[in-house]
Structures are given as C-alpha cells and as structure tokens.
Design a protein around this ligand. Sequence first.
Ligand SMILES: Cc1ncc(COP(=O)(O)O)c(C=O)c1O
Length: 408
Amino acid sequence: MDVRRIFPALDRQIYGKPLIYFDNAATAQRPQAVLDLQQRLCVEACGNVHRAVHKLGADATDYYEAGREAARSYLHAPARENIVITSGTTASINLAATCFCQRFVRKGDRILISEAEHHSNIVPWQLACERHGATLEVLPVDELGEIAVESLDQRLRKAEGRIKLVAITHISNVLGVVNPVEEVIAVAHKYDVPVLLDGAQGIVHEQVDVQALDCDFYAFSGHKVYAPTGVGILYGKKRWLEAMPPYMGGGEMIESVSFEKTTYAPLPLKFEAGTPNFVAAACLAPALETARLLAEDPALQENQRTMRDYLLEELPRIEGLRIYGLPRDPARKIPLISFAVEGAFPSDLAQILDKMGIAVRTGHMCAEPLLHRYGQTSLLRASLAPYNTLAECESFVTALHRAVQMLR
Ligand SMILES: Cc1ncc(COP(=O)(O)O)c(C=O)c1O
C-alpha cells in the first residue's frame, strides 16, 4: 500500500525541509477519505442530528450513527447502546468518573489508578473523589516502565470492597509500554471491581476487542486514530451505563421534560446532551477503516517494528541519552520513544529539530507524576505512525546528533 499518498499533509515542507512528523501520539494526520467526508458533510448534510425531519438533518443523523457503528464494530462492542459519543478521551473519562462515582462511590471508598497515567486519567478521578470523600490510590511503575501488577491482587483483597474501580491506561503515552490489561481486568473482576481502560494510545496500536478483554469502560479520541479533533468514544457495559445518572443535561438526552420531572432518553443518547460534533463523529467511519487497513498490512506492521528497533538501537549511541519505558518483553513496546539527553534541554532540542522540519513532542506530556517518578520534569518524545519511514528515522537520528552537539 502506498500509505504516504493517502495522507496529503505528509507532503508538506516545513522551513523549506520535508516534514518528518514524529508527534503522532499527540495527533495523527488525516487521510484523504476523512478530509473528503469532512468537506462533503459541511456542504451536503449540514443539519442538526436526531431532531429534524428534513433531508439535511436526516442525512446528518445517518452519518453520525454510521460513525457510532464504525466505533462499535472497531471495538467489537455488542451494541449501539454501549457506545457513547463524546468530544474525546478526556470527556469520556470525565463522564465515566463523574457519573460512576455519583452512583457507586461513598465516603471512605477508593479509586485505583497507576503511576503511568495521563492527567486525563488522574484529575477526573481526583475531582470525583473530592466530591464523595473518597481517596485515590496509585499502583507504582518500576524502573523499566512496567506497572506492579503482581501487587494488585493483594491490594484489592486488603481493600475489602473499598476499591470501587480500577482506571488504567492501555498504553502509556510517555513509556509506550502495553500494559498487561488482561491480567489487571481478570484480577479486578475476581473482586467484582470494574476496570476502565484509557485507550487513547491503545486504540492506535492494539486490536481492541472490548468483549474479549471484558473491560467495563474503554475511552479513546478520534484525532489519534486519523479522525478530526472534537470526537471521542466511551464504551461502557450496559450494566454500568444504565445504572449511572446522566452527565450533562440538555437537548436530546431526555425522553420527556416538565418542570416537575424529567425522564431520560435510552442509551446511548442519555449521555449525549446538546448538539455534538457530528461531522467529526461521522469521520470515525473512514478514519477507523483506514486504521483497519493499516493494521492489516503486514509490510506496514513490519516497518513499524523495524523503525522502533532502529531507534532503540541508535538513540542510546548519543552520549548521556536515556530512554524511559523499556519493558522486559520487547514486543510490548510500541514505536513511541521518550528520552532525555544529559546537558540538553528537551525544549531546546525540539526547537532545533523543528527548524530542521522534524516535529516531536516535548514537556511533561500531561503525565507530571510519572515524570517525577523518574526525576524528570520534561522529556522529548518521538512517536511513529505506519506512514513514517526508516529513512525519516535515519534523518531524525542524524539531526538529533547535530542538535545535541549544538547545545553542548
Ligand atoms: C494516554 C492518554 N490519555 C488521554 C489523553 C487525552 O486525550 P484527548 O486530549 O484527546 O482527550 C491522551 C492524549 O494525549 C493520552 O495519550
């Protein structure tokens, strides 16, 4: 497959240099099929969803629901009712944290997360814990970036039913390590504790089957998997979604409203108040179809492993460079590499690289507690997509050598 042809943004020149886009874990580029649908819907189906009888509104609704169906199918979820459309992972986790805790968490209860979480899977739980007098507990990560899953069983047993939910990232956006989520879910379920997976990175690099995984919630963002920004998904088991109260109140989440009493729409609309970003939601269909094609192409998958292995071998040749996130099983490492170089600030390196046409991420990467765990306040991250090439990796390594020399 000529994958680069599908993503027109990759042809750009940045400061007169060919773009090398290595910030895919932040936002991925969009394929032509998504760009086409986005434009077409703005012209042909610009009507509000789920409320109008006219053609434009009906078409907008059909496309919106097709986006939901694409997400359902991609996650292998049993039904449309399991798929709540949100504005992104952050919104999905806030919804889950707020509504789950309102219904199931009381004073003295606990929520368990890991040390490797994105702020989006920390702060919503902190806020909910504060509201209900609960506490947040943290499962540590080790030097290699692996969570201490062996201590989970004991922790849950000792908690004697006080831990009400485990919220953990499928793949850390800093460490690039695939967590043993199957194990986490199996252990948590032994104690009847539900598990939410933050799938912002997992959806891109793993084949997710929520029924096989048996997770209770799975959250992801469209823009990391080739869709536009402003759309995300919260998968939830019906058992939980039905029991949880609505999140926001407003249009479309109701069945009937009177000043005395309001009743709510059935799932999933109960959680979808107000006009959604239906163009972005509709684009989940071509975006996830693209993701499926890329995942099923053995040459592209092999290329990703080759690029990962090349960077893992070449980067440590730079004196004083340390990579964070090197799991015992190398197959659990995705092509996402965060590192620090002694004597060179990550932001300075990133700025020099930008002038060379290379886009990388720098900073705390929305995971301050994790960086502090490793004594860092900022790292540099190269995160690759199937459309990147080994030649780009070679240019990146050469450019990084030069940038480091310039700063030392
Ligand atoms: C692991 C993880 N969780 C949550 C998020 C938040 O995603 P969004 O900003 O799209 O809501 C990100 C984004 O970088 C992420 O990588």
